[in-house]
Every structure is written in structure tokens, then in C-alpha cells.
Design a protein around this ligand. Structure first.
Ligand code: ZN
Length: 157
């Protein structure tokens, strides 16, 4: 195995958010749900934060970013992110729930058809252990990862 490296101008939380947005896009497509501007904005707030955010805090952050999104939509979208496995819900006995991006949610790999846009998700344990040993040998602390294979699906070949 050879590893070559170069420095790219990326800040880890934002890089991670970008990966998570791609995962969300794929999940929504898989469930035949639209990737709306509102869903995108709400998910972005959560994915760019390292905190456990309440729906109120998400709404405040959205207003700071000039997005006027009703609380019902914020709640529904946060619940959807939990359902898709991209966010985790916490109850700290405050009378409301808090949400956090699920670290490791991107640990599914995807095959993307460049003709029809189908996104197939897969997970292979043998691949997991190879990747883990590569990462461990370098002392790197992984947050999340994603492998994307672009090509044509069986129907489009
Ligand atoms: Zn296809």
C-alpha cells in the first residue's frame, strides 16, 4: 500500500457536512422524496454543527442565514433525518429534544448510475476491515467516510 498526501484547503466540519449532504441527497432519491431547499437548509445547519441542537436553535440559525422556515417544517425535517439514520435524537430531560448529526452515517458506500441517477447503497465488511487497518496504520482519526462508484446500472447498461 502506498499513501501520498497533499494539503487541501478544507475545514473538517464543513468537509464532513458536504459529504453528509451528498448522503442525504442519495437517501432522499432512494426514498423518492424531493430534495427541497428547505430540507437542504435545515440539514445543512445540523451537519455543520458539532452541538446537539434543539428545533428552536435550528430555527434561529436558519433565520441568521435568511431562511424563513416554519417550525412545523423544521420538526418534520429533523424527524425525517432521524428516520433516514442521518441524525440522532437526544432527550436530556429539558422538555424538548435535541438533534445531532449521526457520525458514521456516511459509512455506506454508494454506486451511482450516471444515466438514470439511481443510487445503490452497499456495505461490505471485508472493505471495512481493510479501510480500518489502512487508517489505523497512519494514526488518522476518522470521522466519516464515503466511497462513490460512478458508472451504469444493470438497467442502463
Ligand atoms: Zn441506470
Amino acid at each position: 500500500m502506498t499513501i501520498s498526501s497533499s494539503i487541501v484547503p478544507t475545514r473538517p466540519p464543513l468537509g464532513c457536512a458536504a459529504v453528509m449532504m451528498e448522503v442525504l441527497r442519495g437517501e432522499l432519491r432512494e426514498h423518492e422524496l424531493p430534495f427541497t431547499h428547505q430540507r437542504e437548509a435545515i440539514a445543512r445547519v445540523l451537519f455543520e454543527s458539532t452541538q446537539h441542537l434543539s428545533a428552536d436553535e435550528v430555527e434561529t440559525e436558519l433565520l441568521d442565514r435568511d431562511h424563513q422556515i416554519g417550525k412545523a417544517t423544521v420538526y418534520r425535517t429533523l424527524a425525517l433525518l432521524v428516520e433516514l439514520g442521518l441524525a440522532t435524537e437526544h432527550d436530556f430531560d429539558e422538555g424538548f429534544r435535541r438533534y445531532q448529526m449521526t457520525v458514521g452515517a456516511a459509512q455506506y458506500d454508494h454506486m451511482i448510475c450516471t444515466v438514470c441517477g439511481e443510487v445503490a447503497q452497499f456495505r461490505e465488511e471485508a472493505l471495512e476491515s481493510v479501510l480500518e487497518s489502512i487508517v489505523r496504520s497512519t494514526g488518522f482519526e476518522p470521522i466519516t467516510r464515503q466511497i462513490k462508484i460512478f458508472g451504469t446500472c444493470r438497467d442502463c447498461t
